[in-house]
Write a protein that binds this ligand. Structure first.
Ligand code: NI
Length: 172
């Protein structure tokens, strides 16, 4: 596995709609392994393929239980992900992005969503997510459509204005 370079704004790949994955062969497997390692090294709780300069619809998310820190973080790999059934209820939360260093923003998003897509072997999967997990999935899937949190943020802050604990939880 290799830690890949994370591209940052104004790199144009972050603004493009990524291509649908059709080949679940070795190249995809290497990409996914590298994305997991790159996300962990950053560190971040999610990463989308365009952030490592690959215009493919692949995301990785690793996030633990919000209420119980004893439960180890769970790793999700979703290929060609789509959000379904967004809740009418929304919540405001602070987000950061590995591709936009130094900025954080308050973003209003549906409180829960269902994520449908495929696992790394091409089998269909469905994940019901709420709270921060739902937020992370929505942020990552936005990346595949060239959308960044700064497009949705109601308010944008600089990193210096926030405490360390906030920084770590929200960088995706
Ligand atoms: Ni991001």
């Amino acid at each position: 596995m290799t830690i890949r370079e994370i591209v940052v704004l104004p790199n144009d790949i972050l603004r493009r709609k990524a291509h649908k994955v059709t080949d679940f062969g070795p190249e995809l497997q290497t990409l996914i392994d590298d994305m997991i390692e790159t996300m962990r090294a950053a560190p971040g709780v999610g990463l989308a393929a365009p952030q490592v300069n690959v215009s493919q619809r692949v995301i990785v998310v690793e996030f633990g239980d919000e209420e119980d820190e004893e439960i180890p973080p769970k790793l999700y790999v979703v290929v060609n992900p789509e959000t379904k059934r967004p809740s009418r209820e929304t919540s405001l939360g602070m987000e950061g992005c590995l591709s936009i260093p130094d900025l954080l923003g308050d973003v209003d998003r549906p409180e829960s969503v269902t994520v449908r897509g495929f696992n790394r072997r091409g089998h269909p999967i469905k994940i019901k997510a709420s709270g921060w997990l739902a937020r992370i999935f929505q942020h990552e899937i936005d990346h595949l459509n060239g959308v960044l949190f700064i497009d949705r943020a109601e308010k944008i802050f600089t990193l210096e204005e926030q405490e360390d604990s906030v920084k770590l939880k929200t960088v995706v």
